[in-house]
Design a binder for this molecule. Structure first.
Ligand code: HEM
Length: 384
């Protein structure tokens, strides 16, 4: 499409950034397949997003010339790399990581939740995501500050579509990983030592994974952990504070957290979008889209589509979980979902156990995060 094509919306405008959910809802109702120079073709309806997810032949994931393992790949290449990654999130690994995850959540709860009021994002959600990321990968805790700083600068460059800055940030991450790999090579680390060492022993097509591939895999896991897990903790806590009846239900029966977390994160998605590229002309909504066009799949709007989720803002454990696109669908469905689900149940259990009641503070309203982040930038909460 030419840049002179009429703009259906301006995704980076203040009006959208101020309240992303409301803006995406409006787009789904008014212009469900929308063109903008910024995001190209944005899809907001559940049916359109689902169609794309289940048709990787017409909708490719190779949206960038940079290596992105496995997000930016199509079969058969994607299938081979995905087979390497999936076992890192199997039941056995999750069971081994569960006590470590519990210890981190409890330790943080004991130190951060002893006050009457906290700003939950800085005091609890972000430190939890960073500590859990370092523990899962086998990285030193001293990396926390650089990882948070890197993630913030990466978000800023993504919002500004600053290709130079994004390139420099990718190189910076590769250098950070190169240091971690060099440490392990010097120490003759074995695959059993930690997840990072294990990846260094993986083979693809009869050769070892190279450092660039390892860095790309770890970058995608890092973005998954730091961005979406921290956002999810904020969204879940805010929802419980704003809905005391749901909070009571979960305090009485914490096992419901497994289902409840997915439903709350359907109502308010922690991840905004992902991209695809058309490989042939396609018809989506009432728009004819040529081959070679970029699509942006808007998870937040699709998961609030009243055609699939009647009264989308209502919390209900009766909905069909198979329709919930929180972790995607099709061949790129989130491989980290078992880890994310376990972490979120554990951290919310600790948050509920170490507080008598979570409530919002009228004179200190929460501030929403802006694209490409979702959830809250700050979330003041009363804990007793
Ligand atoms: C609440 C937390 C999370 C949410 C909501 C989430 C959501 C998603 C979604 C919607 C996709 C599909 C993207 C697409 O179709 O283009 C995805 C893919 C992916 N996620 Fe997650 N994710 C989360 C946490 C994680 C974690 C903790 C990790 C790893 C440590 C992770 C690793 C990945 C990877 C590697 C992919 C790409 C898979 C592929 O292309 O085959 N995610 N995630």
């Amino acid at each position: 499409m030419s840049d002179s094509q009429k703009q259906d919306w301006t995704p980076q405008s203040d009006a959208v950034l101020r309240d992303q959910r409301a803006a995406y809802d409006r787009m789904r109702e008014q212009c469900p397949v929308a063109w903008s120079d910024y995001a190209h073709w944005s899809l907001f309806r559940h049916a359109d997003v689902s169609r794309v997810l289940h048709d990787h032949k017409r909708f490719s994931s190779q949206v960038s010339r940079h290596v992105s393992v496995p997000n930016g790949m199509d079969p058969p290449q994607h299938t081979d790399y995905r087979a390497i990654i999936e076992p890192y999130f199997n039941a056995e690994r999750m069971a081994a990581f569960e006590p470590i995850c519990r210890e981190i959540a409890e330790d943080l709860a004991l130190s951060a939740l002893q006050q009457e009021r906290i700003e939950l994002m800085a005091a609890f959600a972000q430190p939890f995501a960073l500590r859990i990321q370092c523990a899962f990968m086998g990285w030193p805790l001293t990396l926390q500050d650089s990882l948070l700083d890197w993630a913030r600068r990466n978000n800023r460059a993504t919002l500004q579509r600053d290709r130079n800055a994004l390139g420099a940030l990718a190189a910076e991450f590769e250098a950070l990983i190169a240091g971690l790999l060099a440490d392990r090579r010097r120490a003759n680390a074995t695959a059993e030592d930690d997840v990072t060492s294990a990846l260094m022993h993986e083979q693809i097509h009869g050769r070892m994974l190279n450092d660039q591939e390892i860095a790309s895999i770890l970058r995608n896991w890092t973005v998954g952990e730091i961005g979406t897990i921290a956002a999810s903790v904020g969204i879940l806590a805010q929802f419980l504070a704003a809905h005391p009846e749901v909070q009571r239900q979960l305090r009485d029966d914490p096992d419901l957290l497994w289902q409840a977390n997915d439903e709350i994160l359907r109502i308010h998605g922690p991840l905004v979008d992902n991209r695809r590229l058309t490989t042939c002309p396609v018809h989506l909504g009432d728009r004819q889209i040529p081959a070679g066009q970029r699509l942006t799949l808007n998870w937040i709007a699709a998961n609030r589509d009243p055609e699939v989720f009647p009264a989308p803002d209502r919390f209900s454990l009766e909905r069909d979980p198979a329709q919930n696109l929180l972790y995607g669908a099709g061949i790129h469905v989130c491989p980290g979902a078992p880890l994310a689900r376990m972490e979120l149940v554990i951290v919310m259990r600790s948050l509920l156990q170490h507080s008598r009641e979570l409530s919002l503070i009228a004179e200190q309203p929460a501030t929403l995060a802006t694209y490409p982040a979702s959830g809250y930038a700050s979330l003041p909460l009363r804990l007793c």
